[in-house]
Design a protein around this ligand. Structure first.
Ligand SMILES: Cc1cc2nc3c(=O)[nH]c(=O)nc-3n(C[C@H](O)[C@H](O)[C@H](O)COP(=O)(O)OP(=O)(O)OC[C@H]3O[C@@H](n4cnc5c(N)ncnc54)[C@H](O)[C@@H]3O)c2cc1C
Length: 399
């Protein structure tokens, strides 16, 4: 690092322009604090925009106790953030940016446009109105005492702020900026190792599966150790993916076996008695299709995972064991567990060993399923960190 460059000073610095960092900047800007937000990428919030491609699930409308139970761990600082800025507040905030929201049948909340881009445009305009400055292609490479050091297209630059908020994301989808490199280069002592969360599964399929690639398997329930989900997933060239799989992928990560109930609404004895009606000349596949209404995809999975077929097929249909399930590489995961440990943070997300530096979003060590929990926690912790950072700036002005 070059030591003798001039150091720019600002009141507050936010590093990382994903949803957590933008929310922290919004809080600081609203409080009238002079803020600069920097991001390593040429444009902000690339992962947020990607999240909007398949329908931006902002939050989940459900009882707060149930909502909080989805976070593990849920240490006091995270609970405090979510209590203050939970599903109701996230929806109201999106509406305040001109994005009407709707609640889907499972309680998931989406903007009516389903996309992230209109919301992001309105959000950036709001920040601009607060005078928040945005620096693109500024990558934090470390701290020199309390001065943040950046690699930029114009060479190394340094900023000293009264308060700093770190919001550099987790360690998946590196091409969108969230590469987790901050963990190795800057703060190793405080870091829980990253692990894939909400991950797809990998399989080397037999050739007969090829015609099912891209097809959805609906109306199933999945069970993997303590994790259960009811829903659907997609058979892809590389394995299984989609909401139903993501929710139980933590069980696979922890070494549990995955079972799929292909007929969750039919009790085992009814499945057994139906199977007993099969005439010997009728093929199993035909019978499963006609009498139990199994789709070609479900039948293909049965053939893939339970060959040779046992004489009693009912337990297989009620708990198809998915052998040799492994997670896809971490970079493909929707989110990551691990990151900055809460025992190294105060209740307002301030780093214990670096006063005036706060952290928020996916770079913190928490984990939750998909369903709007991820964005809600990023926004809530961003808000808490931004408010605490603005208190530090205000306090310094009173000195
Ligand atoms: C395909 C996909 C779909 C998703 N869908 C949903 C959904 O519908 N609902 C939901 O709740 N969640 C969803 N998520 C998860 C959600 O997008 C993330 O949890 C969220 O974006 C994390 O926000 P963040 O601000 O903490 O980090 P990020 O969004 O990862 O932002 C971190 C920012 O920090 C920058 N950065 C990193 N390192 C540095 C550095 N050294 N210097 C400067 N800048 C740096 C990055 O460039 C990036 O812009 C989805 C994720 C994916 C991949």
């Amino acid at each position: 690092m070059t030591q003798n460059l001039p150091i720019e000073t600002v009141e507050a610095l936010v590093i990382g322009a994903g949803p957590a960092g933008l929310m922290a900047a919004e809080e600081l800007g609203r409080a009238g604090v002079q803020v600069i937000i920097v991001d390593a990428m040429p444009s902000p919030a690339r992962k947020f925009l990607m999240a909007g491609k398949s329908g931006l699930n902002l939050t989940k409308s459900e009882d707060m106790g149930v909502f909080l139970s989805q976070f593990s761990p849920c240490p006091p600082a995270l609970k405090m953030a979510l209590d203050a800025f939970g599903p109701t507040e996230v929806s109201a905030w999106a509406e305040s940016l001109g994005q009407s929201v709707f609640i889907g049948s499972t309680g998931r909340v989406f903007p009516k446009t389903m996309k992230a881009s209109p919301l992001l445009r309105a959000w950036l305009a709001r920040l601009d109105g607060y005078g928040v400055g945005l620096r693109r292609q500024w990558r934090l490479i470390g701290f020199d005492q309390k001065t943040a050091v950046f690699e930029t297209p114009d060479g190394e630059r340094r900023i000293q702020a009264k308060a700093t908020v770190l919001a550099m994301g987790g360690a998946s989808w590196a091409r969108l900026g969230s590469n987790g490199a901050w963990a190795e280069s800057m703060l190793p002592a405080q870091i829980a190792p990253f692990k894939p969360a909400n991950s797809a599964l990998s399989f080397s399929w037999s050739p007969h599966m090829a015609r099912h690639f891209g097809r959805a398997v609906k109306g199933v329930s999945l069970c993997c150790g303590p994790y259960r989900s009811r829903g659907e997933f997609v058979i892809s060239k590389r394995g299984l993916e989609g909401g139903g799989i993501y929710s139980v992928s933590r069980g696979v990560r922890d070494g549990h076996k995955l079972y799929i109930d292909l007929l969750p609404d039919m009790p085992l004895d009814i499945v057994t008695s139906t199977l007993n009606r099969r005439k010997s000349k009728e093929t199993v596949a035909n019978f499963l299709r006609k009498s139990l209404r199994l789709t070609p995809e479900k039948i293909a999975l049965v053939m893939e995972f339970s060959r040779p077929l046992p004489s009693d097929l009912a337990p297989v249909l009620k708990g198809l064991k998915i052998a040799a399930a492994t997670l896809r590489p971490m970079d493909e995961a929707i989110s990551t567990a691990g990151g900055l440990r809460f025992d190294g943070l105060s209740e307002t997300l301030e780093l214990a060993y670096m006063q005036g530096v706060f952290a928020c979003g996916e770079m913190l060590d928490w984990e939750a399923p998909t369903g709007g929990y991820l964005l809600t926690a990023c926004l809530a912790t961003g808000k808490l960190a931004g408010q605490a950072a603005s208190d530090v700036v205000r306090a310094s002005q009173g000195e």
